[in-house]
Structures are given as C-alpha cells and as structure tokens.
Design a binder for this molecule. Structure first.
Ligand code: PMP
Length: 400
C-alpha cells in the first residue's frame, strides 16, 4: 500500500515583512567578533541589590500566585503617587492603571484594544520597531511621517525636528491613534511643552487617541523636565501613557511596566490585557512596589545617566564622528560621513557591520527605525554601560 506523504500545514504569515531585528543581528555579530556592544539598548551594569532583596523577600513571603489582573494594589498605588507628584494628574487606582509585561506588551495591548481593521494609526519615524507590526496585527493602516532632518552647512546631520505640517496632513477623521515617543529612541530628542500644545490643537476636533511611549521618562538631561501627556490637561483625557521599570531600574530582562489611561480607555485595555497575559509576575510587583517607596531611585537617574552621556560625548569629540544632541534616553547618535576612512561612504547597516567586525564596537543603524530605510549617515550608540566599557569603546573609536 502506498503511503500518503504527511501534509505540512502552511499558512500565510500575519507579519510577512518582519525578519530578524537589527538589534539581534548586531548583538550576535558583536559576540561573534568580541566587539563592545553599544548596539542594543540595555545596561551592562547590575541593578541595585536592594531591589533584588525586595523581590527575593516577596518570594519567601509566598507572593507567588496570580496577582490581581491589573496588578497588585501596592504597586498601582506607588505608580499613582509617582505620576501625581511628577506630572500633577491623579489616575484612579482601580480603574486607570494596569501593570504590564514591559512597555512592549503595553503598546501592543493598547493598539489591539482600540484599532479596528482599516483604522489609521499615525507613527513618526524613526520609530521603535514594535509599533508597525503591532498595528499590522490589529489590521490597522500605518500612516508614517518622518522627523525632519536638519543639516549643517557641510551637509551633515545636526538635529531632528517634529514634522508639524506632515503631521497635520496625516491626521483626519479616520485617525484612530497617534503614537508619540518622548524621550525619543533612537534620536535622544525630547518633546517640549509647546510641542504637546501643538499636538493638542491638531487633535482637538478629531476622535484620535494618543499613545505616549514614555519608557525613558526618567532620562531627561540638563535640568529640563519630562513633558508627559499626564501633565497636559487636553491630552491626558485621550491618551494611553506607557512606561517601563526595565529602563528606570536597570532590569530590562524583568519585563515589567505599566499603562495609565482614563477609565473609559482602560476598561477596553483590560479586556485585551486579560486574555493577552492576564497578569504580570507577582514577586517582581512586590519588589518594585517596595523599591518605589524611595523616590530618589528614579529622581537621581538623570544625574546618573547625564554623567555617562557627558563622559561618552567628551571622548567622541576626539573622533571624526559628528555628535548629535542627546537631550534624553541613553542613546547617542553620530553622523559618520566625515570619518577618515573609505567606509564612511557605506550605508548605515554596512557601516555598522564594519564597525562591529573590524573596529570592535557595535552600533545600530538609524535607518533600521524606518520602514523604507532612509540613509542619512547616522548610527546610534547606547551609553548605558560601565565607565570602563565606554572607555574601551572610545579607545577603539579614537583609532579610526
Ligand atoms: N519603547 C521604546 C521607545 C523602547 O526603546 C523600548 C525598549 N527598547 C520599549 C518601548 C519597550 O520597553 P520594555 O523593554 O519595557 O518592553
């Protein structure tokens, strides 16, 4: 009897355009070539041992079963207090704050709960790489506008600006959601109060919601303050605010964050959240709640990262890289087009491959943050690293 071949089921990909991310590719290349990894955005130093003790204690105290769906009240209370003291808005403890499995899950869940097939979602590129696939999964239509690239007299990139005219043209009655990110990955740019005012006036007579990705909220430098949507009276009522403890407390692997939003939005958010992750690991929530009692832990963060930024920048000044401003985040972008090497003519991805494999320092091409790569000769370094890591990287870069 002839055996029928076993059928391997096939199906059309929900995300046909998605491949391996550049972060994974560069990190793998960095470890293969023993390069110093200033590519992917994570600290190479430890978190505070007190935070670990609080989590250990929570486990020993038997906080190991399912917590409430929206997060333990102790942690929500601390989040509520932090937002109120920093930005002045009081979110309701029981109906307006949800603990999430990091910022990424908060973003996906917010999009899935409010974007229906065909709805338009405006993003500003360069943009964090989870935005577009999350919108695709919801069946939404991505409307991408690009930051305006400002160039100096030599044609090198010197800064970025919000493209207000493009943004205005992109917003219409089909716009369901507008995604903003401040402080901004990858450019390190931060929104000013006047920017939020302009956004508020653009959405005033529309149905558009805002998703404000503020995972770097505690990394704003030079005495400036973070402009949260929670500080803006006209935006707070239509916004999902997303934050991440991974960024704030040097524990990116814990994947704990939160979303705050008005009760009507949060009600829908929770419907999706409860069937997405249902809830987030209990001992981490207790540990974070205890750690948050001490506001200095996040209030000292700008000073901590500003000194790393300044150290890294002063070293880079001795190279041919042109420094772009970094007002927030732990990223430093540089224009490499004046580096005295034939490699400075390469596109950003090839330049990063060369830098990683031949110079021994991994970086990320900014072009990777666009859907159709925009080549401007700019790469991103992460300075959330130990002093000696930055020093070793600078030594290598100075030899260029
Ligand atoms: N938004 C931005 C802009 C980010 O850079 C990141 C992390 N790289 C996230 C969201 C996701 O944060 P989390 O690790 O908490 O999921």
């Amino acid at each position: 009897m002839t055996q029928m071949p076993t059928l391997s089921p096939t199906f059309p990909s929900r995300l046909p355009m998605v491949g391996t991310t550049v972060f994974t590719v560069m990190s793998a290349l960095a470890s293969e070539h023993q390069a110093i990894n200033l590519g992917q955005g994570f600290p190479d130093f430890s978190c505070d041992r007190d935070l670990i003790s609080h989590v250990n204690q929570a486990m020993l105290n038997d906080h190991n079963q399912y917590p409430p769906m929206i997060g333990i009240p102790e942690l929500r209370y601390r989040i509520q207090n932090k937002i109120k003291s920093l930005y002045g808005h009081e979110y309701d403890l029981n109906s307006e704050i949800t603990v999430t499995a990091g910022g990424t899950q908060g973003i996906l869940t917010a999009i899935l709960c409010c974007v229906s097939p065909g709805d338009e979602v405006v993003i500003i590129e360069p943009a964090y790489d989870s935005y577009r696939p999350s919108i695709d999964l919801a069946g939404g239509k991505v409307i991408a506008v690009s930051l305006t690239t400002i160039r100096d007299a030599q044609g090198q990139v010197s800064s970025y600006e919000i493209p207000w005219t493009q943004l205005e043209n992109a917003i219409n009655l089909k716009t369901r959601l507008i995604m903003i990110n401040t402080p901004h990955n990858p450019t390190g740019m931060v929104w000013q109060r006047s920017d939020l005012d302009k956004l508020a006036s653009l959405v005033k007579n529309t149905n558009a919601l805002i998703l404000s990705d503020e995972v770097y909220e505690h990394m704003v430098y030079d005495g400036a303050q973070h402009e949260s949507v929670a500080r803006h009276p006209d935006l707070v009522n239509r916004s999902f605010l997303v934050s991440s403890f991974g960024k704030t407390y040097h524990v990116t692997g814990w994947k704990v964050g939160y979303v705050a939003a008005p009760a009507t939005l949060m009600k829908e958010f929770c419907k999706t959240h409860q069937f997405n992750v249902f809830t987030v690991n209990t001992p981490m929530q207790y540990g974070l709640a205890k750690y948050l009692e001490e506001s200095q832990h996040y209030l000292n963060l700008p000073q901590f990262y500003q000194s790393k930024r300044d150290f890294f920048r002063s070293g880079l000044k001795e190279t041919d890289f042109k420094l772009l401003p970094t007002s927030g985040t732990y990223f430093q972008c540089v224009d490499y087009t004046n580096v005295q090497s034939p490699q400075s003519k390469l596109n950003e991805a090839d330049f990063c491959t060369w830098l990683t494999t031949k110079v021994g320092v991994a970086a990320i091409p900014v072009s990777a943050f666009y859907n159709s790569p925009v080549e401007s000769g700019v790469v991103r370094f992460c300075f959330a690293k130990k002093g000696h890591t930055l020093n070793d990287a600078l030594e290598r870069l100075k030899k260029l």
